[in-house]
Design a protein. Structure first.
Length: 438
């Protein structure tokens, strides 16, 4: 018979016990700080450099202002032994894919080993990292049990609560997004719901099981990936027809039930990654998911499609690729963020380089050091002159301040503007230069 001590929520609220958050990136840090406004928190990250920044009140991801750290009862550490001081552990490490587009579970499995060595009877472990359905119970729990010598359900509890943070979004912040929670049993579900309910104003949705919560998260981004892949395929079709995709979407959007989406580069650590987790699990079960795979193939084709189109435009103007110089504006995976992970703009630059096109890359939000380390590219602090073409790849607010005259002034004869994000009015731009957009 279980002698599991309950409830944990009241002990956390009185600060008799503490919460640990493992992984202090764009998901973990905001969560840790929000918890720390009401609870005692230990924030753990494997990078001593990142921990030192947070101890100074600096967000390494450059998402949060320094005052976000004010009034928080939090201790930042890179020492995994400190996790033993906590009783409620939240794992929020990244779950990327490898070069073969296979899920890389190493971060979440390593985190499970660290937490497993720290947990005690009565502790809780909650996963927020995006995984395939079944990962928490089939892959992570055995590690927790092995490292701790404890039994899940009898000695400690487990849950899953998928993150829904949208980087760069100042309106849909952590506390204003409905939170899905799940637990290994009914008691744990209610305790986990109480804890998150203390910081989430938008409300709590109780999923019927951990697998349901895992599946809900992974299909949120899979659905978006598929919808965008349709727009991208349409853009490729309409380009061959000589039709402006934006004009088509504008016309079709007048129907009340037309879903308004845009074509574009699909990168980042969510939409461009999560479908591969579902594909991986599906294939392991003997089912080949045709629709999901097809959508991923289309979206992965876009950098090469855009690079080929620009090369054709250059040649049509008598500008041979090996003698040309192109400015690429933006390399982060989305607007107004510093995150460059899985940036499809980087893939576009690689494709342009394969055509022997020299590229300058300018992005006021990206770290030159991180771009060099991740992709081997150098950033220019300011755009130069005499470019044969400019590619506006990310719609940073900084770039919206550039007028057509500003862009034209940076280019030489027969200027070409490739507007991936459709920021500019076609009729206006075409009076000044050759213009192409998705």
């Amino acid at each position: 018979m279980s002698e599991f001590p309950m409830p944990i929520f009241q002990a956390l609220l009185s600060k008799e016990k503490a919460i640990s958050v493992i992984g202090l990136g764009y998901v973990g840090l905001p969560l840790a700080l929000e918890f720390a406004r009401k609870f005692r928190v230990i924030g753990f990250d494997i990078s001593p450099e990142r921990v030192a920044m947070m101890q100074r009140g600096e967000d390494p991801s450059r998402e949060l202002p320094s005052d976000a750290f004010h009034g928080c009862d939090i201790t930042f550490t890179a020492n995994a032994d400190d996790l033993r001081q906590a009783h409620f552990h939240v794992v929020a490490v990244p779950t990327p894919i490898d070069i073969h587009k296979v899920p890389n579970l190493n971060p979440v499995l390593k985190a499970s080993h660290a937490v497993g060595r720290a947990i005690k009877k009565g502790d809780y472990v909650i996963y927020e990292s995006t995984v395939y359905p079944g990962c928490t119970e089939e892959d992570c729990v055995p590690i927790l049990e092995q490292e701790s010598g404890l039994v899940m359900g009898q000695d400690f509890k487990v849950g899953y609560s998928p993150e829904r943070i949208n980087p760069g979004d100042k309106e849909r912040t952590l506390t204003s997004i409905l939170k899905i929670v799940s637990g290994c049993d009914q008691e744990s579900l209610e305790e986990i719901a109480s804890l998150y309910g203390a910081i989430i104003s938008a409300g709590i949705y109780r999923a019927s099981s951990i697998k349901v919560a895992e599946a809900a998260k992974v299909i949120e981004n899979t659905q978006r990936d598929l919808n965008i892949s349709l727009m991208n395929e349409l853009a490729m079709i309409f380009d061959r027809m000589g039709i402006d995709t934006q004009e088509v979407l504008k016309a079709a959007g007048t129907k009340w039930n037309f879903i308004k989406l845009q074509p574009g580069l699909v990168g980042g650590h969510c939409i461009g990654v999560d479908p591969y987790y579902l594909i991986h699990k599906s294939m392991a079960l003997g089912f080949d998911p045709q629709v999901i795979n097809s959508g991923r193939r289309i979206n992965d084709l876009m950098p090469a499609f855009i690079a080929k189109k620009l090369t054709q435009l250059l040649i049509s103007k008598g500008k041979y690729p090996q003698h040309t110089r192109v400015l690429v504006m933006g390399i982060t995976f989305k607007e107004n963020v510093s995150d460059i992970r899985n940036s499809k703009v980087a893939d576009l630059i690689t494709e342009l380089n394969l055509f022997a096109i020299r590229t300058d890359i300018h992005d006021p939000h990206a770290s030159a050091e991180e771009v060099k380390k991740e992709y081997g590219f150098d950033l220019v602090s300011e755009p130069g002159e005499q470019y044969d073409a400019i590619v506006v790849a990310v719609n940073h607010d900084d770039f919206k301040r550039y007028s057509i005259a500003d862009l034209k002034a940076m280019m030489n004869g027969d200027p070409i503007l490739v507007d991936i994000k459709a920021l500019y009015d076609r009729a206006t731009v075409e009076k000044e230069m050759t213009y192409w957009r998705l």
